[in-house]
Write a protein that binds this ligand. Structure first.
Ligand SMILES: Cc1cc2nc3c(=O)[nH]c(=O)nc-3n(C[C@H](O)[C@H](O)[C@H](O)COP(=O)(O)OP(=O)(O)OC[C@H]3O[C@@H](n4cnc5c(N)ncnc54)[C@H](O)[C@@H]3O)c2cc1C
Length: 653
C-alpha cells in the first residue's frame, strides 16, 4: 500500500517527510481509491492542495502541466483566471528551463494571491491553491532549478487532468457538464453536443428522459434554483439534429480483421457499450430479441415522452460506426450464449434488461383472466403498434415511472377512467414529481394508501379489483414507512383491466449450468462493479440486469465502464479498470460537493422552464408533450446562470 510523503489536501497538513516509510500515513487514509494506489500514483494536485506520494516526483514540472491545463479550462471571462494561469504556466516554464530567478518565485506567490482574491469563479479561485502550497513547502524543489541549466526531471511522468464539479460528480456517467454549459454560453451547440457524445450517443434521449441527478447536485440550488441542465442538453441535441451536424460525420468503420465483440440487448446499455467499442476499433454485433432497438426507450417509455425519430436517429448514429444489430434474435432461445464463442467473438457484453413483470401476490393474479395485463407487456404491445383493448375503466397498480407511463398512455388510448392504486402516500411515490403532477393534471384518479387483495372476474374476464385501505407504520429497511392493511376496509373498484406496474424482473433464458454466470438473490447478474466482468472470463454485463430497475444514465455509465474493461481484456487478457474510470473514481471519492465551499452569491434568478402542450390537446394523442426550450437567446441566458463551481484536479503517475 502506498504511503503519503506530504499532503496539504483540504487545508489539513500531513507533512510526513521526516518519517520513515513505515511510519508514514497510508494513502488510503486520504480516501484515494485502491485502483489509483495500485497504479503507482506519484502525486495528486488540484483545487484543495497537493498530495505527494513519491518523494522523487518533480513537483515544479507537474505544476507547470497543471497550469497549462488550467488555461484550456478557463472560460476567459475574468482576466485573473485565464491570463493568470497563462502567466503562471509561462513562469514555471521559464523556471524549469533553468532561466528562473528568486524574483520569479516572489512573483508567482504574489500573482497566485491576486488570482485567488479576484477570480469570479471557483476554477479561478481554487487554481492557485496547489502552487501556494508548493511554494511554501517545496521551495527547495523550485530553488534546484534556479540558475541551473539542468533538464526537467518530469519527462517520464503521466498526467491525467480532470475537470470536475458537483453536477459532473452527480452524473453517474460523469458527462462533462461544466464544459458543455460553457459551449452553450458561447452559442457553440455543436461543441456542446460533441462533449456529450464523448460519453453517449443518446444525447437527445437523455435530454428528454434523464432523471438528472446533476440538477439535484447543482450548487446554484441554495440561492434560487438549480440550472436546467437536462433541457440545455436537449436543446444542443435538437439544434444539432435540425442543423445537420451529423451529416458530415463519417466515422471510420472497423478494419476487416478487427476483434469481434458480441452484445446481448440493444437497450441503452447495449447501444452505449457498442458505441464505445466501435470507436476503439472493434467489430460489434448486437443481438436483439425484438424487431426494434432502444430497449425500454423503444418499448417502455411512451412516445409522448420520447419521440421515436429522436431515438431512431441515435440508434442510427451507433450503426453508422459499423455496429451491426441482428434483430429478432433472442440469445438463449434462438441461439445459446455459448455459440457466440464459436462464432469468434472475443468478449460478450450482456445487457438484456428486465422485461418481465414482478407479481403483486394478490388473488386471481395467475388465473389468466382476460383484462389482466402486466405493465411492461402492455407498454411493449402498445409501443410495437399491436392492438391493446383496455376497456373503459382500468386500474394501474404502482407508484413509479412505469405506473405513470401506463396510466397516462391509457388516457391517450381513449380509456375513460384511469385509477392509480398505490399502497403508500403521495410523498413516498418513487416516480418523478413532474410525472406524478402530469398524470394528475391529465385526469388520472389517485387512490393513495390502498392495496389490491383480489382480482374479481365474470366469465374469466376481469370485472373489478378488490382493494384494502392501508396506513403507514414504522419505517422499513428502505427508510420508508411500512404500509399496513386496515382490517375491514376492503372495497371494490369496478374495472375492465388490471395493470400491475410494481417492478420488473429479468428473463435468464440464456443462463445455463455450463455458462458459469451467477444470478444473485436479488435476481440480477453478479459482476465486479468496477469492471462489470461476470464470473465467466470474457463475459461482462451492465444496465438493469445488473443494477436492478435503474435509469438510463446508470445503464450508460455501467456500459462505458464495461467497454473500457472489455478493451483491456482483449488487449491484455486482463479486465482492468480503464484509465478514465480510475480518474473519475478518484475525483468522485475525493468529492467536490461540500456545501461549506459553495460560493457566495445573490440568488433570485429563477430557472427557465420549458413549455408543455396544453392538457386538453396532449391527452388525445402521442405527440411530444414537453416542448423543450425554443430560442438560442433564452438557452444562452439559462446557461449563464451556471455559477461555475468547477475545479481542476490532476493525477500524476
Ligand atoms: C416504462 C418505463 C419507463 C421508464 N422511464 C424512465 C425515465 O423516464 N428515465 C430513466 O432514466 N429511466 C427510465 N426507465 C428505466 C430505463 O428505461 C432502464 O433503466 C434502461 O432502459 C435500462 O437499460 P438496459 O439497456 O439495461 O435494458 P433495456 O432498456 O431493458 O434493454 C434490454 C434489451 O435487451 C433485449 N433482450 C432481452 N433479452 C434478450 C435476449 N435474451 N437476447 C437478445 N436480446 C434480449 C430487450 O429486448 C431490450 O431491447 C423506464 C423504464 C420503464 C420500463
Amino acid at each position: 500500500m502506498s504511503k503519503v510523503f506530504f499532503s496539504s489536501w483540504n487545508g489539513k497538513l500531513n507533512d510526513e517527510r521526516n518519517k520513515n516509510l513505515e511510519e508514514r500515513m497510508d494513502l488510503q487514509d486520504l480516501e484515494v481509491p485502491p485502483q489509483l494506489d495500485n497504479q503507482d500514483l506519484k502525486a495528486f494536485i488540484g483545487w484543495a492542495g497537493m498530495i505527494v506520494v513519491d518523494p522523487e516526483v518533480d513537483i515544479v514540472v507537474a505544476l507547470k502541466e497543471y497550469y497549462q491545463n488550467m488555461q484550456n479550462e478557463s472560460c476567459g471571462r475574468c482576466i485573473p483566471c485565464r491570463a493568470g494561469s497563462k502567466v503562471i504556466a509561462d513562469r514555471l516554464e521559464k523556471i524549469t528551463s533553468g532561466k528562473g530567478s528568486k524574483e520569479d518565485l516572489a512573483f508567482l506567490k504574489e500573482i497566485s494571491g491576486l488570482i485567488k482574491e479576484s477570480s469570479l469563479c471557483e476554477l479561478g479561485m481554487s487554481s492557485p491553491v496547489p502552487l501556494l502550497d508548493a511554494l511554501e513547502y517545496f521551495e527547495a524543489n523550485f530553488n534546484a532549478y534556479l540558475n541551473e541549466d539542468r533538464p526537467a526531471a518530469g519527462n517520464g511522468l503521466v498526467f491525467r487532468p480532470m475537470l470536475t464539479a458537483p453536477c459532473r460528480n452527480g452524473c453517474p456517467a460523469h458527462i462533462n457538464i461544466p464544459r458543455y454549459i460553457e459551449c452553450i454560453k458561447e452559442g457553440d451547440y455543436e461543441g456542446a453536443l460533441a462533449v456529450n457524445r464523448e460519453k453517449t450517443p443518446l444525447v437527445g434521449t437523455l435530454g428528454r428522459v434523464c432523471v438528472h441527478p446533476c440538477e439535484s447536485n447543482c450548487n446554484r440550488q441554495p440561492f434560487d434554483q438549480s440550472l436546467s441542465i437536462r433541457l440545455l442538453k436537449r436543446f444542443a441535441a435538437d439544434f444539432g439534429a435540425k442543423n445537420g451536424y451529423d451529416e458530415n460525420y463519417r466515422p471510420a468503420k472497423p478494419a476487416p480483421d478487427a476483434d469481434k465483440v458480441a452484445v446481448i440487448g440493444a437497450g441503452p446499455a447495449g447501444l452505449n457499450c457498442a458505441y464505445q467499442l466501435a470507436q476503439k476499433g472493434y467489430a460489434v454485433t448486437i443481438y436483439e430479441s425484438l424487431p426494434v432497438a432502444g430497449g425500454m426507450l423503444a418499448v417502455g417509455i411512451p412516445s409522448y415522452r420520447l419521440p421515436r425519430d429522436i431515438l431512431n436517429a441515435e440508434v442510427g448514429l451507433v450503426e453508422s460506426l459499423g455496429v451491426e444489430i441482428k434483430y429478432n434474435t433472442e440469445i438463449g432461445v434462438d441461439m445459446p450464449m455459448e455459440q457466440l464463442w464459436d462464432e469468434g467473438f472475443k468478449a460478450i457484453f450482456v445487457a438484456n434488461g428486465l422485461h418481465d413483470s414482478a407479481t403483486m401476490g394478490c388473488k386471481g393474479e395467475d388465473a389468466g383472466y382476460a383484462g389482466y395485463m402486466p405493465g411492461v407487456e402492455y407498454l411493449r404491445k402498445m409501443n410495437l403498434g399491436e392492438k391493446v383493448d383496455l376497456g373503459e375503466k382500468i386500474a394501474v397498480i404502482g407508484g413509479g415511472n412505469v405506473a405513470m407511463d401506463c396510466a397516462r398512455s391509457a388516457l391517450r388510448l381513449g380509456v375513460k377512467e384511469v385509477h392509480l392504486i398505490y399502497r403508500r402516500s403521495r410523498a413516498e411515490m418513487p416516480a418523478n414529481e413532474a410525472e406524478v403532477d402530469a398524470a394528475e393534471e391529465e385526469g388520472v384518479i389517485f387512490h393513495m394508501l390502498a392495496n389490491p387483495t383480489c382480482i374479481l372476474e365474470e366469465g374469466s374476464c376481469v370485472s373489478g379489483l378488490q382493494c384494502i385501505k392501508m396506513r403507514l407504520g414504522e419505517p422499513d429497511e428502505s427508510g420508508r414507512r411500512r404500509p399496513e392493511p386496515i382490517e375491514g376496509s376492503e372495497h371494490v373498484l369496478e374495472v375492465d383491466t388490471v395493470i400491475p406496474a410494481i417492478g420488473q424482473v429479468a428473463d435468464f433464458c440464456y443462463v445455463t449450468p455450463e455458462c458459469g454466470l451467477e444470478v444473485t438473490r436479488k435476481g440480477t447478474l453478479n459482476v465486479n462493479p468496477e469492471t462489470m466482468e461476470t464470473d465467466t472470463p470474457g463475459v461482462f454485463a451492465g444496465g438493469d440486469v445488473v443494477l436492478g430497475a435503474a435509469t438510463v444514465i446508470e445503464a450508460i455509465a455501467s456500459a462505458n465502464r464495461a467497454a473500457e474493461a472489455i478493451d483491456n481484456y482483449i488487449r491484455t487478457g486482463k479486465s482492468g479498470v480503464g484509465e478514465q474510470a480510475v480518474n473519475e473514481q478518484h475525483i468522485e471519492k475525493i468529492g467536490v460537493y461540500k456545501e461549506e465551499l459553495a460560493p457566495e452569491m445573490i440568488g433570485g434568478r429563477t430557472r427557465l422552464e420549458e413549455e408543455a402542450m396544453p392538457v386538453n390537446e396532449r391527452i388525445h394523442g402521442f405527440d411530444e408533450a414537453e416542448l423543450g426550450f425554443k430560442y438560442p437567446c433564452e438557452v444562452v441566458n439559462e446557461a449563464e446562470r451556471c455559477i461555475k463551481c468547477l475545479r481542476l484536479g490532476m493525477a500524476i503517475l
